[in-house]
Write a protein that binds this ligand. Structure first.
Ligand SMILES: Nc1nc2c(ncn2[C@@H]2O[C@H](COP(=O)(O)OP(=O)(O)OP(=O)(O)O)[C@@H](O)[C@H]2O)c(=O)[nH]1
Ligand SMILES: [Mg+2]
Length: 431
């Protein structure tokens, strides 16, 4: 069972439970632990991950309108994103990149993919073969550079990688992205450190990137630390994410070090390389697009619950909104109850009675107002306007005054409740 399947199954089981309490969370966490450990995620990281979930799930409450199971799914998503590290945004600029890593990690393939990645985004890219130990390293990179359609430099038979690096740089003075492939080893030994330092001195890379295969799982963390101590690295590329059940282990372990995951390799083809996007990765594990909309719904609810009343927009009351509100309330039954429900019991009495009949009358009167008048009630202090509106609507001036007076009462009530967040919430829902 792969990581995604394991997490999805555990979540599905959790969302089927009728109550969510300490016991269900503990059981859920046990299943998460099992599946993460089988993906070779480090035990300490797994324990921290499930502790954090437990803590958050039991100590915080879902915001209003969010189902407990959706809330917990959101917590799991959040914590997974944290566990699996942050998203990397590639810099689309002039740069020199030195790739390094142990035997078979995917350095040479990744070098070509990376060159293509930048070239596809408008930067001229070139490859240098500084691997002087693997037989046919030169031919391999040359072939790949043709597939990727990028420039290539190497010196067949040359045993000094420093010389190649210098010549290569000379050759590619005008290229914007120059990528250097280096020799692998079965382990990071003194000789490799020495060689990498020398090449780095000559090549002067902006980025020194460690390449690891996903199949080494949590060992990626140990490797990242060792390489970082020896030659300082700017990040990690994890290859073969497509073919290994240990990808979760490799990503989480690399991210637990000071290094971060920059790209992931997802296949053997030249375009199978992506900047690492933890949200996308976790979304894929949990099943997009369901998770995306769930997460955004829950996050919106949380955001809304955290908004301060003074930041909550409440439309200014004008004749347009006044009419719409009267209409909506009419549909809801006795106006008094509606306002009572919203925590505003002091509705003008006669506004409540004769509701429907009044509504019809108001509709015609408001229909005779100009746009400006509807937006700005103060204009109705002008007697000429009142008289014009009365004539236009076939109603008496008294009736127009009545409308204005009802409007003013409602506006007053509105203003007094403006900073009451509960009222606002209920009101927004109600409208
Ligand atoms: N499926 C898959 N295979 C990959 C990926 N990246 C690399 N490979 C394969 O992994 C194998 C080793 O890749 P190389 O690029 O030769 O690795 P290397 O680190 O240069 O190896 P040495 O130079 O021998 O140390 C090759 O068969 C690649 O095709 C990937 O993202 N997905
Ligand atoms: Mg190689």
């Amino acid at each position: 069972m792969d990581l995604g399947e394991g997490i999805r199954k555990a979540l599905a089981k959790l969302t089927r439970s009728t109550i969510i309490d300490a016991k269900t969370i503990k059981e859920f966490n046990k299943e998460l632990q099992k599946t993460l450990l089988s993906s070779d995620v480090d035990v300490q990281l797994v324990l921290k991950f499930t502790n954090d979930i437990e803590e958050r799930a039991l100590k915080s409450k879902p915001p209003e309108g969010v189902a407990p199971t959706d809330y917990i799914t959101n917590i799991v998503y959040d914590e997974l994103v944290k566990l699996m590290g942050s998203t990397y945004t590639p810099k689309l600029q002039r740069q020199k990149i030195l790739l390094m890593g142990l035997y078979g990690a995917g350095k040479t393939t990744t070098a070509a993919k990376l060159a293509k990645f930048y070239q596809d985004r408008g930067l001229s890219a070139a490859l240098i073969c500084c691997d002087v130990s693997r037989p046919a390293a030169y031919e391999q990179l040359e072939t790949l550079s043709r597939q990727a359609n990028v420039s290539f430099f190497g010196i067949k038979g040359e045993k000094d990688p420093v010389k190649i690096a210098k010549k290569g740089l000379e050759e590619f003075k005008n290229k914007q992205v120059v990528i250097c492939d280096t020799s692998g080893r079965s382990a990071l030994d003194g000789a490799l450190v020495e060689e990498l330092k020398n090449v780095a001195n000559a090549f002067k890379p902006d980025e020194k990137i460690l390449v690891v295969g996903a199949d080494i799982g949590q060992i990626s963390g140990k490797q990242a630390k060792e390489f970082d101590n020896a030659v300082k690295i700017s990040g990690v590329i994890v290859t073969r994410m497509d073919g290994s059940g240990k990808g979760g282990g490799a990503l989480s372990a690399a991210n637990a070090t000071t290094a971060h995951v920059m790209f992931i390799g997802t296949g053997e083809k030249m375009n199978n390389l992506e900047p690492y996007d933890s949200e996308k990765f976790i979304g894929g594990l949990l099943g997009l697009p369901d998770i995306a909309s769930l997460v955004s719904n829950v996050q919106n609810a949380i955001k809304e619950a955290n908004i301060k009343p003074e930041e909550m927009e409440m439309e200014e009351l004008n004749f347009d909104s006044f009419y719409n509100q009267l209409k909506a309330m009419g549909k809801m039954g006795p106006l008094k109850n509606v306002f009572g429900m919203m925590g505003a019991p002091d509705v003008p009495k006669d506004m409540v009675e004769k509701g429907e009949e009044k509504l019809q009358r108001y509709k015609v009167i408001i229909g005779s107002m100009t746009k400006e008048e509807r937006k700005n009630g103060k204009l109705l202090h002008d007697h000429n306007r009142v008289s014009r509106i009365a004539k236009g609507s076939g109603r008496s001036e008294k009736e127009v005054h009545e409308l204005v007076s009802d409007f003013n009462k409602m506006k007053k009530m509105f203003d007094s409740l403006k900073n009451d967040r509960n009222f606002k919430k209920k009101f927004a829902k109600f409208m």
